[in-house]
Design a protein around this ligand. Structure first.
Ligand SMILES: [Ca+2]
Ligand SMILES: [Ca+2]
Ligand SMILES: [Ca+2]
Ligand SMILES: [Ca+2]
Length: 397
């Protein structure tokens, strides 16, 4: 199968950062990442919510100042959480969110109590199901994605239930079309109302596209990340150009690009006329911008000192800063779950309309939303949870 993993983009960015930090010799551009680490280390405590700038408007003041975090970089989640954190408001049943990805840790303390089922279509009938198919990569991409959806301290919708589906992506993958069909079918059979896909890079086969359309017709919302640009330049790709194709362009999915702490679209975020919204995904480390806080393999396992944060306390090793549209998609999937917890009967078109009509038109004078409320690089704008939940409430009888 010809699919690239968005993890590749994320690795490309990480390598670029590492090179900057290692080769700088204490001067020039290396200062940005080392000073970020120093500042964060000096203020880290047990409450990681204070560093979750994507979901918390009242973050640690020192951290905010030293990392140039814009007052409005968050998604106005506090008001939404006053209504719902992911359980349906009429019967308290959690919305179920499936994550099709690679590299999970199902016993991570911040998500373990929310996981209702796991699956690996390439690993049946082995028991237990292999969830960490990550070829020795110390960064668990699926874990970080799951954290942004529902992880304690870092998740948009901490009261949802998670269905984790591991597929092998990236170089040398043996993933088949049937594996993908099985993955989407499993998510549906487990009751998923939202399916997050933080991968792409080429067109899906027609039968998989047909399956996604079937899910749409069933009121299941599929969310795809737009991709992180060219892995050599780190710059965004125009998905409308010939040869640049991604599943996020399908009319049957929500396509999502990434914003940074500066409250604007990132330099790496792919764009195009079929992308729907942008959402916090973390700044490009190439640009010296802070990533988004999510989950690392717990304890000593995982990224730890390789990350943007150089943790010295073992108890802090459960988290990491990362970046990519891979993490903007789950920010949006979390909000979609909140919307559906207000009204689970909304159709795909209704959910999409709520998302794109309640956005913040960020970008200032660099943006132009005058044609159809759509900016070339920022789509319909950045998601706003407060306004989206109000719009969902307005659909109730
Ligand atoms: Ca793989
Ligand atoms: Ca295209
Ligand atoms: Ca779309
Ligand atoms: Ca760790």
């Amino acid at each position: 199968m010809n699919l690239k993993h968005i993890k590749n983009y994320s690795i490309a960015i990480t390598l670029a950062i590492s090179l900057t930090a290692c080769g700088g010799g204490g001067s020039g551009s290396s200062n940005s990442s080392s000073s970020i680490s120093n500042v964060v280390n000096s203020v880290l405590g047990n409450d990681f919510f204070q560093f979750a700038w994507h979901i918390n408007k009242d973050i640690n003041a020192t951290y905010k100042t030293n990392n140039n975090i814009n007052n409005e970089a968050h998604i106005s989640l506090e008001e939404a959480w006053a209504v719902t954190k992911g359980k349906q408001i009429n019967n308290s049943q959690p919305i179920k969110v499936a994550i099709i990805d690679e590299g999970f840790q199902a016993n991570h303390p911040n998500i373990k109590d929310k996981i209702i089922s796991t699956y690996n279509p390439q690993d049946l009938p082995n028991t237990p199901t292999n969830l960490d198919d990550s070829e020795g990569d110390d960064f668990y991409h699926g874990l970080a994605v799951a954290g942004i959806v529902a992880g304690d301290e870092v998740g948009v919708a901490p009261n949802v239930e998670l269905i984790l589906i591991n597929i092998d992506l990236g170089e040398g993958s043996t993933l088949t079309t049937q594996n993908l069909l099985d993955s989407f079918e499993y998510a549906k059979n487990q009751g998923a109302k939202v399916i997050n896909c933080s991968w792409g890079g080429s067109q899906l086969s027609q039968v998989v596209q047909d399956k996604i359309e079937e899910l749409k017709d069933d009121g299941i919302i599929v969310v795809f990340s737009s991709g992180n640009g060219d892995k050599n330049t780190g710059l965004a790709l125009d998905l409308d150009q010939a040869g640049n194709n991604d599943p996020s362009e399908l009319t049957t999915v929500i396509g999502v690009g990434a914003t940074s702490v500066l409250n604007d679209v990132t330099s790496y975020s792919n764009y195009g006329s079929a992308i729907d919204v942008i959402a916090p995904g973390g700044g490009s480390l190439n640009d010296g911008l802070l990533g988004i806080l999510s989950l690392d393999q717990s304890g000593n396992a995982g990224r730890n000192s390789n990350s943007q944060l150089s943790y010295t306390n073992e108890n802090l090793n459960n988290y990491t800063l990362t970046s990519g549209t891979s993490f903007a998609a789950p920010t949006t999937s979390g909000l979609v779950a909140l919307i559906l917890s207000v009204n689970p009967n909304l159709t795909f078109d209704q959910v999409r309309n709520i998302l794109i009509s309640t956005t913040d038109k960020i970008g200032g004078s660099n943006a132009d939303y005058t044609t159809g409320n759509f900016d070339t690089k920022r789509a319909y704008g950045k998601i706003n949870a407060k306004k989206a939940i109000e719009a969902a409430q307005a659909t109730l009888p």
